[in-house]
Design a protein around this ligand. Sequence first.
Ligand SMILES: [Ca+2]
Ligand SMILES: [Ca+2]
Length: 381
Amino acid sequence: MRRTRANPAILGGLAVLFCGTAGAGQRFEPPDGRVLHGLGQYVALFYSDAENWQYVSEYEQAVGHVPLIYAAYRPINPLAAVLDTTDLQDLVAGHGRPYHLNLGIYYTDPNGAIDVAAILSGQWDAVIADLADEVAGLGVPCFVRPGFEFGAADGVHGALSGPEFVAIWHHLRAVFAARGATNVAWVWNAVNPASFDYTAYYPGDEAVDWWGINYFTVSQMTASEQFVVDAAAHGKPVMVCESCPITGGGTTNPDNWQAWFVPYFQTIARHPHIKAFTYISDPWDRPGFWESWPDTRIDANELIRANYAAELAAPRYVHLDPDRPGDIDGDGDVDLADLAGLLSCYGACLSDGRYDPVCDLDHDGCVELADLAALLAGYGG
Ligand SMILES: [Ca+2]
Ligand SMILES: [Ca+2]
């Protein structure tokens, strides 16, 4: 392996030549043509820890790949925070997988109310600072989505006005910045954005890294088209933050492959700037949980499982597989274009805007010689 002995300083120089091939967009944005594979969701109030990891294991076995991103939630309302037992460190480090986090941050108290004045006057800052410290200590990319599902009347944070939402957003960012939480991409996550003026809720291009959208029905995919198109106009990649079929029997009905999954993956393919998705593979109908929604576990029906696994076998999807090949651009081979892609983020770690999880082949938080060696080991393949 003659090439693996190359001097890192020389490689740094080469990286300048190839600058812009990968890692050149928003925080943790993969190269064009790649889509980050995510799974949801960890809800401590609904499942025991053991039950949750059973679902994760079953999903990974059914799909044949480990998702790169795993979704969880965290309240910052002091009245609700004491009820939440989600252990973020355990999520990313306790199961042999350094999952990247898709973290929904919610503001509501146990009665669904949000005390905006308390947030903006700093009364929640201790909780926010604790969360920022926790996130900073995780050592993995964290896609945080504060106040997710804002604006829409049926959204989790639908009670907030645009100015309130924006003010809280900037307040959170300031506390995170003060605590040195730099391993964060800020995701502006809407649901049903055609039902309200979402522009009134926009914190601004400088304060947002990704736009986010949730798809539970096909009509939501259709009605959210303008929002997705607008993201591209702002130069932002889009994450599908929460998604699964909640009509027609979920994944227990094989007809939902054509009815829901086909338009779902067509939507992702039609918009190349949709660069991440999180599929929620959950038994929603389990007694005591979200009983009116169906089972959406990907292995509930064999036809859906097989088709979903075949879709995710395409090289454009980015997994957390331990033996991930060095196909940085996701075109099915490992060649000079992939070497150029990796070199464009060579030397970058999590706090560096050039860091790209696609290039970090060994998932240790930095793009270094070990990643280059892994790429070269499969070069020409
Ligand atoms: Ca390639
Ligand atoms: Ca690495």
